[in-house]
Design a protein around this ligand. Structure first.
Ligand SMILES: Cc1cc2nc3c(=O)[nH]c(=O)nc-3n(C[C@H](O)[C@H](O)[C@H](O)COP(=O)(O)OP(=O)(O)OC[C@H]3O[C@@H](n4cnc5c(N)ncnc54)[C@H](O)[C@@H]3O)c2cc1C
Length: 692
């Protein structure tokens, strides 16, 4: 008889324990076990903070799956889809082809993903703390910031490099804050230009207590010890945005710092999202024995599963100790099914909690006993050393920890060239992206939002001379000409940019001729050149307010929810063929004119019929690109004219103010041109009569 094929999706605590237990219970002739994991190693998460804090090496906290799991076929491939109806998985074979594989039983153990997208700017400016790469990159960043602080001559800049902000004071936030604090403060003796007092480590937490999972006495102990070690606690405080400068808090304060670590926010794995099975807050609902509800040969365990613990009839916590027990017991249940025996519900009494807080201190709750301080720290190290999955890892971690006690932490880092990188950046309204006279470091493309171009002149105040919106770019002139910026750029709304470092930009621009030509055209074209030739008109428009050109709002205002069919009817009835689209707060969200229709139809044509559904019911939010360019009543007519010239458009929406983007009317190019011509005619001296 052919062996039963069991496919495991995942390579974490739950998957490894499942595969190990199943292999120990069934021979290879009885059962084939295939384990698919994106990485070829299991990450031991409780030690990630030690990796970031340079007290152990990264390889000590990552155990190779195939060496841990003899007798299990380990595949480093990403599973794309699980087809429960045909009992097949679909995976990426690494060469771009999708392969299908039949299973007799499948075990979904793919954990959860980190999701920094819950706070604007976090994805662009903060470090996540979930996978090994996060910990390695964070360690590099910490040491890089110390090197930059050493080189900085401006004390404010030095302090910024030495300021570290950790968002979230659960287990991982507290542990990583403790480790960063320890690494930086214990290393100051190797630097000449800064001292312990210059280091700022802040822990931002939305509740009034850190570590909500542990007993109040232990929480209080942890908070006091961490504060004594120099960590600033910002409790009852939420991070609302992250930028290049630091973190904006819900009370409006800006906490500045070069390093932001975000330990909050999880997302459901895409393959779990795609599974059409009962779920609870995104996690897969299972029966007590851990089969997916409604399935006979599909199981879910670990952080991706919603499992009721028969011990207390409560949902099992998403922690490593629960994931391991679920893996073990699910494997035993599969064996029971294959042997036609009754299965057992998941039942587990949590053993306790352990959290290291830095400085050889920890808090621990073990079997109801509360321990804190150095003894708890020894217990923490002992338990995790014992829990590491292999002897080779135990010895490695043990040696690293002993080294850490005897010698200073390792301050070497790989210097990556940031001018070679392409990154994202987020700015809040009013933030400067660069200032006139600064050296150009990046080429920026606007992905979302609007910026304004400002120019200082020796004779007049700083003036807004243009606005740029989604799809526009800036920085190319200074980079191509190898000169400082001639204008400043300031965010007008919340802005998301794609930024390309100067070296990478030069490489692309020099090797890719069409791109270079496009940039050269962009530098020479546009409103700047136009106004240089018409200085009188420029001066006149600079002094004219937008209000004097304002046309009323269109009679019918659309919303994001308006259907495509209704939008076409509205366009037909509109005398000007220009319409505005509002969001739920009545703010300007987009624009629609007859010219957009072709683009919308082209966009519909490239969507699959399945996702598209009935065209007439599609909403504008699915079809239009939001954040169209607009001007505010406080802008001058010159800004409106420049925006229309730069974007080759003939009209623009006008909003109440930059801070309150509710539309108040429209401004049209022909009206401005008419006024310009009238003024030019008035300003010309009367022609002398020529005698015949
Ligand atoms: C920093 C940190 C510290 C923590 N400390 C503790 C602690 O001290 N004690 C504790 O009990 N818990 C701790 N936890 C929680 C614990 O790590 C998780 O609960 C546990 O890892 C969950 O195990 P899992 O097997 O469900 O998922 P994971 O361990 O996250 O493993 C998921 C696996 O699935 C793989 N995968 C995902 N999608 C696919 C796909 N499509 N194809 C193939 N493979 C895929 C991933 O590569 C990964 O190997 C910590 C977590 C973090 C982030």
């Amino acid at each position: 008889m052919n062996p039963v094929r069991v496919v495991v999706v995942g390579g974490g605590f739950a998957a490894v324990q499942f595969a190990k237990t199943l292999r120990s219970k069934l021979r290879a002739s009885e059962c084939d076990i295939l384990l698919f994991s994106r990485e070829n190693h299991m990450v031991f998460h409780p030690l990630l903070a030690d990796v970031a804090g340079a007290s152990i090496n990264a390889d000590a906290a990552a155990a190779p799956l195939r060496q841990m799991l003899p007798g299990v076929e380990c595949r480093t491939e990403r599973v794309q889809r699980i087809d429960l109806s045909s009992s097949e998985i679909e995976f990426d074979d690494g060469n771009g082809a999708l392969t299908r594989l039949h299973y007799d039983h499948v075990v979904v153990a793919c954990g959860a993903e980190s999701n920094l997208g819950i706070i604007p700017g976090m994805t662009d400016h903060a470090f996540a703390f979930k996978v090994m790469r996060d910990a390695i990159e964070l360690r590099q960043q910490i040491v890089r910031q110390m090197e930059s602080a050493e080189a900085a001559t401006d004390p404010n800049l030095r302090r910024w490099h030495l300021s570290f902000i950790i968002v979230g004071a659960g287990f991982s936030g507290v542990e990583v804050a403790g480790e960063i604090n320890e690494l930086v403060r214990s290393s100051t003796r190797f630097y000449r230009n800064f001292h312990k007092e210059d280091v700022v480590v802040s822990l931002v937490h939305s509740q009034d207590q850190i570590l909500p999972e542990v007993a109040p006495k232990l929480r209080e102990f942890a908070r006091k010890k961490m504060e004594k070690a120099g960590i600033t606690m910002l409790l009852n405080t939420r991070a609302v945005a992250a930028t290049h400068e630091g973190v904006e808090l819900n009370d409006g304060r800006m906490l500045t710092g070069a390093t932001v670590v975000c330990t909050i926010g999880t997302a459901i794995s895409p393959i779990v999202q795609a599974l059409d099975v009962p779920k609870e807050r995104g996690r897969i609902r299972t029966t007590p024995e851990m089969r997916i509800e409604g399935q006979t040969n599909a199981w879910a365990i670990g952080d991706c599963a919603y499992i009721i613990n028969a011990f207390d009839n409560k949902p099992a916590a998403p922690t490593g100790q629960f994931a391991e027990r679920q893996g073990r017991q699910a494997a035993l249940n599969v064996v029971r099914i294959l042997k036609a025996e009754p299965t057992q519900p998941f039942r587990f009494k949590a053993l306790g909690q352990l959290c290291s807080i830095g400085g050889y201190q920890a808090v621990a709750e073990m079997l109801g006993v509360h321990i804190s301080g150095f003894v708890a720290w020894l217990l923490w190290r002992g338990v995790y050393l014992f829990k590491l999955p292999t002897w080779s890892r135990r010895i490695k971690v043990g040696l690293d920890w002993s080294w850490d006690v005897l010698f200073p932490r390792d301050l070497s880092f790989l210097n990556t060239d940031t001018t070679q990188q392409a990154t994202h950046a987020y700015y809040r309204p009013g933030d400067f992206i660069h200032r006139q006279g600064e050296l150009a470091r990046v080429f920026s493309i606007i992905e979302e939002g609007q910026v304004e171009v400002l120019q200082n002149s020796p004779t007049a105040d700083t003036k807004v001379v243009a606005v740029l919106g989604q799809g526009d770019f800036f920085g190319e002139g200074a980079l191509l000409g190898n000169r400082p910026h001639e204008t400043s750029i300031r965010a007008r709304s919340a802005v998301r940019l794609r930024q390309v470092g100067s070296a990478l930009f030069s490489q692309i621009a020099s090797s890719f001729t069409p791109f270079r030509e496009l940039l050269v055209r962009a530098v020479t074209r546009g409103s700047g050149d136009f106004w240089r030739r018409l200085p009188i008109s420029k001066a006149m428009l600079e002094g004219e307010s937008i209000a004097s050109f304002l046309d009323p709002l269109p009679a019918q205002l659309l919303t994001k929810e308006t259907t495509f069919a209704d939008a076409i009817n509205a366009l037909n009835e509109s005398p000007t063929g220009t319409l505005l689209v509002l969001d739920e707060k009545q703010r300007l969200w987009g624009t629609l004119d007859r010219g957009d229709l072709y683009q919308i139809i082209a966009r519909i044509a490239v969507t699959s019929a399945e996702t598209r559904g009935d065209i007439t019911h599609l909403k504008l939010s699915d079809l239009l690109i939001p954040n169209s360019i607009y001007v505010a009543l406080e802008d001058s007519a010159l800004v409106a004219s420049a925006a229309m010239l730069d974007h080759a458009i003939t009209w623009l929406p006008v909003v109440k103010s930059k801070a309150d983007p509710r539309p108040v009317g429209l401004i049209r190019g022909e009206k401005i041109s008419k006024r310009m011509i009238e003024r030019m005619a008035q300003s010309q001296p009367p022609r002398a009569q020529v005698a015949s």
